[in-house]
Write a protein that binds this ligand. Sequence first.
Ligand code: GLY
Length: 370
Amino acid sequence: MTILNVRLKPEPPKEFPIYIGLGDTLTAMTLIKKHYNGKQIVVITDRNVAKLYGDKLKNYLEIDGFNVLFLTVNSGESAKSTLVKEKLELQMLEQKIDRHALILAFGGGVIGDLAGFVASTYMRGIKYIQLPTTLLAMIDSSVGGKTAINTKLGKNLIGSFYQPLAVIMDLTYLNSLSKKMRINGLIEAIKIFLTSDRDSFYFLRDNLDKVLKLDGDAIKLVIEKAVKLKVQVVEEDEKEQNLRMILNFGHTIGHAIEKLEKYKILHGYAVALGILVEVKIAHLMKKLNENDVNIIFDFFKKLNITTKRLRTLNKEDIALATIGDKKNKQGEISCILLKNIGKVALENGMVATQISHSVIVDSLKKIIEK
Ligand code: GLY
């Protein structure tokens, strides 16, 4: 037998900027031009964003001399599908988009994940820039290079790690978001603060009204802090071998709830319920004290998020729906458990702890009675 060992050159470290500020479409244009010197831009967005901001963006891009292919998909989680991905790819191929084109992911988390995944596989990978328009996308999904689509067997199970050329967060887009959508995004900040930064959690709790009203300083501080924390995690563990799993706090149960609710529940709200269940699991497993549990539950009450919604779901079904979770190993369910507010409990140096089916059901029973 002949064995040829293939040794590829290690890739140079990747580096890209995240811009956070109050801009306007013009500022975004300047930044896009700074990072992309080609001619062809494919804007991928959804119908809501297209209606609000599509014409302006397209006009500015064209005035700047770019050829623009403007592709819209339906709003909502259902767009993260193989079908929609294939449709976008075929449209791009029909329009003879080559590998030098740039994709502009213009929208919320669904668009960032979908457009990023198209970018990562189109002609084996083309450049893209994230231009998030929702709080959830700014705080979480546009940062870190995770791209994905869903399947009927679970969320984000097909995807890639693929970093953009830049992320441009223009906070003026947040003005069009309803309170519900602001809370939806804020959950991802709460998630990272609970796992990594006690002071920021209390800052957010004590300035909640200002943040929800998009008070310039308060909201910018929260976004900057959450993004900085996330960047530290991603720099340390881009491919989620260990540390990055902390960003899945609340998601083991959250994704199970989304699946059972057929994705009709907003992601942030499902994660919020997931956080409450996982906080209770940590308490039942004697990792987290009761005082912290109460502080967290009280805070979520201020957001009008209680466990009432869980009453309509079957506890066994929730536990069973965690089985396809990506963190699971050899059929065991894994979950991020808090040690206290701002810290995650470690198990043999790993941030994910194995939990039993029965502890999920027990914690659900306890918090539904609460
Ligand atoms: N949204 C979780 C992560 O980026 O890892």
